[in-house]
Design a protein around this ligand. Sequence first.
Ligand code: ZN
Length: 187
Amino acid sequence: MGHAVMHNTYPATWTLKQITDDVCETVRRNGDHYGTDRVRISTEKVFDTYDDAMAHIERVDRHDYDGIAVKYLDFEGVEDSKKIKEYRVKIAELVKKKDEYIKAHSVHKQKAAFIGCQTCGSKLNKERLRGERCPLCGTDLRASSTLDRINSFDARVKEIDKKITQERREQKSKAKVRWLVKYEYHC
Ligand SMILES: [Zn+2]
């Protein structure tokens, strides 16, 4: 017994009837008869990205095996612009630097044989520690300045990701419109 939430995409030329027939056929084949039996178009808007379309579907979902179809811009097959390529290189560099930083600042690299947990006061034998957390209370044993630095790598990656999304929006005319359709069934 389970519950499947599915997301299909279809070419923009498909009619709502074609989509509904395809969805109902899938529900009949895979489910135990409880499932989406109609699909509605919740907005005429064409979303800039697949993720935007997904977020919209989550917002308007009535949670009653609601079948929802919306259009979005599919960038597959659109070549990355020079700027986006540069951003991706930058992200890869940051991820590598972050990994190196994490390795270099592991509690296992500390010289002392025992490491004190600031939260629960335990003295922990470094040799028996697995990972970076106190096994008793779960506190991360690394210095807060180390954790801040790790978070700052993540924040920089997120910033560049935002720039990629912005740059994508400028390539809109090259993208193809597709349907994203959410449906569900019980199986
Ligand atoms: Zn602890």
